[in-house]
Design a binder for this molecule. Structure first.
Ligand code: ADP
Ligand code: MG
Length: 259
């Protein structure tokens, strides 16, 4: 079981779009996949075709020890992967977890018993470096960082990289940066191509080969509750995320050989 957090403390950079479409792409490739929604906005839940409003149990209940993961997960009716859903209940978790023992590793512990059930677990983190994101980083083996190739992208990156280093040092020795994923990419923008080249220069093979273009079909898909890769398979954005899923499967294979 490979556990990846999709993180970037900035909002609107493509975390949820990447989480949902990578999950669906992996499922299409025959990988048993669980998507964990760690954002109280519940966008990954809705984008997977699950109505966040009617849920009796969510990831909030799992984090607080009020429900087991096995009785909380649901299957995405449109995506073919499992979802540990979220809604606004999760906004209270931060405060309610204050008194709990080892509160940063609650998600890690909830996942431990399910090691044999999934090939991939993806964690869609909220746009902050909060206790929720910390739970995601503590549970994960690696971080996937989606980013837009714009001027301020690099600035925010150092805060995230420092947080990941700290978590690695103090809480989770397994954690590493798997890669930076360039999303909403516009090849006609000079700035985007320059920032993209800079990223390759600085981060080398930590930059994923797949480039996800800006594509309106990916933005339309969530309102239908269907992952973009299935909503319009022929669209450029869908094709890119399917390629990215294949790239992830390949990366994981070469790791297994290294071990
Ligand atoms: P985050 O989870 O980081 O806040 P989202 O995945 O919700 O970011 O993306 C923010 C907005 O951008 C959403 O409206 C989403 O539909 C849109 N979006 C994301 N990726 C793309 C893309 N490749 N092309 C077009 N729109 C995109
Ligand atoms: Mg999001």
């Amino acid at each position: 079981m490979h556990i990846f957090a999709i993180a970037n403390q900035k909002g609107g950079v493509g975390k949820t779009t990447t989480s949902v479409n990578l999950a669906a792409g992996l499922a299409q490739a025959g990988q048993r996949t669980l998507l964990i929604d760690l954002d109280p906005q519940g966008n990954a839940t809705m984008g997977s075709g699950i109505d966040k409003r009617g849920l009796q149990r969510t990831v909030y209940h799992v984090l607080l020890g009020l429900a087991a993961l096995a009785e909380t997960r649901v299957t995405s009716p449109t995506g073919g992967f499992d979802v540990l859903p979220a809604n606004r209940d999760l906004a209270g978790a931060e405060v309610e977890m204050v008194d709990l023992d080892r509160r940063e590793s609650r998600l890690k512990r909830a996942l431990a018993q399910h090691d044999a059930e999934y090939d991939f677990v993806l964690i869609d983190c909220p746009p902050s470096l909060s206790m929720l994101t910390l739970n995601g980083l503590c549970a994960a083996h690696g971080v996937i960082i989606p980013m837009q190739c714009e001027y301020y992208a690099l600035e925010g990156l150092s805060d995230l990289v420092n947080t990941i280093k700290q978590v690695h040092r103090n809480l989770n020795r397994d954690l590493r940066i798997i890669g930076l994923l360039r999303v909403m990419y516009d090849p006609r923008s000079l700035l985007a191509t320059q920032v993209s080249a800079q990223l390759e220069q600085h981060f080398g093979d930590k930059v994923f080969k797949t480039l996800v273009p800006r594509n309106v079909r990916l933005a339309e898909a969530p309102s239908h509750g269907i992952p973009g890769v299935l909503f319009d398979k022929t669209a450029k954005g869908a094709q890119a995320y399917l390629t990215f899923a294949t790239e992830m499967v390949e990366r994981v294979k070469t790791w297994n050989n290294e071990l």
